[in-house]
Design a protein. Structure first.
Length: 713
């Protein structure tokens, strides 16, 4: 496995082990940072093996990642004694480390397995319960709502485990080092004297940590092999939250088989495409969450393996377009429902869905209309439409009243966070200091945004269709009128003849900002532009001195004074650089837009689509880095194609590349309840896609020697 690859563990619950920069991946236990909901813990627990009372040094000799389980084999300094670990997270949020000790020698061995962890001395004291201990905490990051959490640490597979006496100790390195623990200097492992909370010292030293553990003595006979389970069971109990998940099937504790049984099987002669599709399903498997906890009433999906391990509107629209390919529509529908079940009283759709509260949540524009329409193409369902249409209507009215109060038909962006483009001249052209905001202010400025206006147009246009299907004539007429108004406003007021593309407008001066941003091409995917405008946009997009870099498409034009392919913004490389990096979220939308014009016969648009698709595949498939591990990073160098490994985000849902692959390389589309052959590029690879869902039916789609075949599964 190449050094650039990383391993993540998840079970479809609210917990995730996917450290941005793992340091102890091959140390027993979960010694790297873990996520509990949207809160990062420095580690969950460490496992140490003792021999005759001393730590048994372990050297990882082999590791394998299969079916969502990491298996590591360790050699020891005792010939004939080996250790094997199976590590995974269950669907009911248990961090599990199964330790197997193998004594193939002819001597008896005095072994012990110790699970240990550290926590802060503040908050509720740990509770000892004989063979396990509990930690109750209000976990919190910044000003986000606290997550009421109870974690039970133990070794529950059989009798024999006992708690370790807990200790307060000052300072540690944060590494899984037994020698730093208070038990290292003691002659024996001793349990606490009674089942009661630890008494806090006075005073509590700021740098102190609480050391807690569970141990199990394992005297081993010659030739004996034993296996014991160490786990941390994460529970959520608090005001408004009582989450009681079902215990999983013992044969499929992490839900791997249950999830992948619903995944269509994709094989292709272009193995790069296979790898990317597999990676997108892996991200879906890792980042999905169940419903039934606090504000998360429906299944949904988190944005990424970072502090953004939380469902976010900014990526939900893309996630719906990928989750719709699952044979079970529950996840895709759940993503949509989750956000519109939590619409605020004024009609705003929150950007982040916190389990325990929605106070002070931010807002971000998202392509809800495009996502809803894509979902309806494959999993059309009147019940889903009825469940969300009224809240979507409320949201549409909120956009009218708060983001277009003058009724212009264009949609306002009021702070740098509302479209995710914080470090970009797109907004700093209004005021240079706008990028210094640490939080999302309610309103810092107003600008008529191309992307926000297009998203609103797609929403009201599809809602007109939904209202017609549900026979809501008054609603339908309102949305038809809104569609015509927004379409005319975008085509007239945001179009810039001189630059040949759509550009944001400053409502104070009623003039265009002059910043050529990649979002200016999004109208290509709609019926807004006329043929002259389409031709002009395609010409500008294809110019090497504008947007057609070796690995397009940079977020701003090469000719922009702020353009920096390295992600530098005012002297500092930023994780969220939007001043020239190639972002996959934008590339996904642009490929979708180019496919729209290509299927309508635009030859140059078809040519650019083919080139953009090929470059994007090269960036994400591992080809450019010389390995066979796909990874979809947030953004890439537009001239070399190198990914943003410095931000540590390997699993995210902000792009819908799998959808792009099926549309562009597959050359088919699902419309009107059937699979249609509709190529948008030449030289498509042969492929097989088994189990394509359309409603309650399944189909096998295959392209061989240029011909598409569709058969019932």
């Amino acid at each position: 496995m190449p050094a650039t690859s990383k391993i993540a563990l998840g079970g479809g619950g609210f917990c995730l082990y996917a450290p941005r920069f793992p340091r102890h991946l091959l140390s027993p236990g979960f010694a790297d940072p873990c996520h509990v909901a949207d809160v990062e813990l420095p580690r969950m627990f460490v496992v140490t093996i003792l021999h005759d009372g001393d730590e048994l040094p372990l050297t990882a000799t082999k590791h394998e990642f299969k079916n969502g389980v990491l298996t590591v084999e360790y050699a020891t300094d005792i010939r004939g004694v080996k250790v094997r670990e199976e590590r995974y997270i269950t669907t009911d949020d248990r961090f599990v480390s199964n330790i197997t000790l193998d004594n193939s020698t002819k001597a008896e061995r005095e072994m012990a397995i110790v699970l240990w962890t550290t926590t802060d001395p503040e908050g509720e004291a740990p509770i000892f319960d004989g063979d396990s201990f509990k930690l109750r905490r209000q976990l919190k990051t910044g000003d986000r709502p606290a997550v009421p959490t109870e974690i039970v640490f133990g070794s529950p597979d059989s009798k024999g485990a006992r708690c370790l006496q807990g200790y307060f100790a000052e300072g540690d390195s944060g590494d899984p080092v037994w020698g730093e623990t208070p038990w290292f200097d003691r002659s024996d492992l001793t349990p606490p004297r009674a089942k009661k909370p630890m008494v806090k010292p006075s005073p509590i030293i700021d740098t102190a940590r609480v050391y807690l553990g569970v141990f199990r003595k394992c005297p081993m006979k010659a030739g004996e092999t034993v296996t014991h389970r160490q786990e941390a069971n994460v529970l959520f109990k608090g005001k408004g939250i009582t989450h009681r998940p079902r215990r999983p099937d013992p044969k499929d504790e992490n839900g791997y088989s249950a999830f992948y049984d619903k995944v269509p099987r994709f094989t292709c002669e272009d193995k790069r495409l296979e790898r990317i599709v597999a990676h997108r399903f892996e991200a879906m498997y890792l980042l999905r969450t169940p419903g039934g906890a606090g504000n998360l009433g429906s299944p949904t999906i988190c944005r990424a393996n970072t502090g953004e391990h939380v469902p976010m509107a900014s990526s939900a629209a893309a996630a719906i377009r990928e989750a719709r390919w699952l044979q079970d529509p529950a996840l895709a529908r759940g993503i949509l429902k989750s956000f519109f079940e939590n619409v605020k009283q004024n009609g705003m759709v929150p950007n982040r869905l916190h389990m325990a509260g929605l106070q002070g949540v931010d807002y971000e524009h998202a392509d809800w209309g495009g996502a809803f329409e894509a979902l309806d193409d494959i999993h059309s369902d009147r019940a889903t439409k009825r469940a969300v249409v009224m809240e979507m209507q409320r949201y549409s009215k909120w956009l009218d009243n708060n983001r277009d109060p003058e009724g212009s038909g264009l949609t306002d962006i009021v702070n740098v966070f509302e479209c995710g483009h914080r470090f970009s001249r797109r907004f700093s052209v209004l005021e240079d200091k706008l990028d210094k905001a640490d939080d999302a202010p309610e309103e810092a400025f107003r600008i008529k945004g191309v992307d926000a206006s297009v998203y609103r147009y797609r929403l009201v246009k599809f809602l007109a269709f939904v209202a017609d299907e549900l026979q809501e004539k008054a609603m339908q007429n309102r949305f038809i009128a809104a569609t015509e108004n927004i379409k005319a406003a975008i085509a007239k007021r945001l179009w810039d003849e001189k630059s040949g593309m759509f550009i944001d407008v400053d409502p104070r001066t009623r003039r265009k900002t002059g910043v050529k941003s990649a979002i200016g091409f999004l109208p290509l995917g709609t019926d807004i532009p006329n043929q002259k405008q389409i031709d002009a946009m395609i010409d500008v997009l294809g110019k090497k001195d504008e947007f057609w870099t070796p690995y397009p498409v940079p977020t701003v034009s090469v000719s922009d004074p702020s353009y920096d392919p390295l992600g530098q913004w005012k002297g500092t490389r930023r994780h969220e650089a939007w001043n020239g990096r190639t972002h996959m979220s934008i590339n996904s939308q642009l490929m979708d837009s180019l496919a729209y014009v290509a299927e309508r016969g635009h030859k140059k648009g078809r040519k650019l689509l083919k080139q953009l698709f090929e470059k994007t595949v090269s960036m994400c498939s591992g080809e450019l880095e010389g390995h066979e591990n796909a990874s979809v990073h947030a953004h890439y160098h537009p001239e070399t194609g190198r990914p943003s490994r410095y931000d540590g985000v390997d699993w995210s849902t902000g792009a819908f590349l799998m959808d792009n692959i099926f549309r562009v390389a597959g050359g088919f589309v699902v419309r009107f309840g059937e699979v249609q052959d509709d190529p948008v590029i030449d030289d498509m690879p042969d492929f097989k896609l088994h189990g394509v869902p359309i409603g309650n039916r399944r189909f096998n789609v295959e392209r061989k020697n240029g011909k598409l075949k569709v058969n019932p599964d």
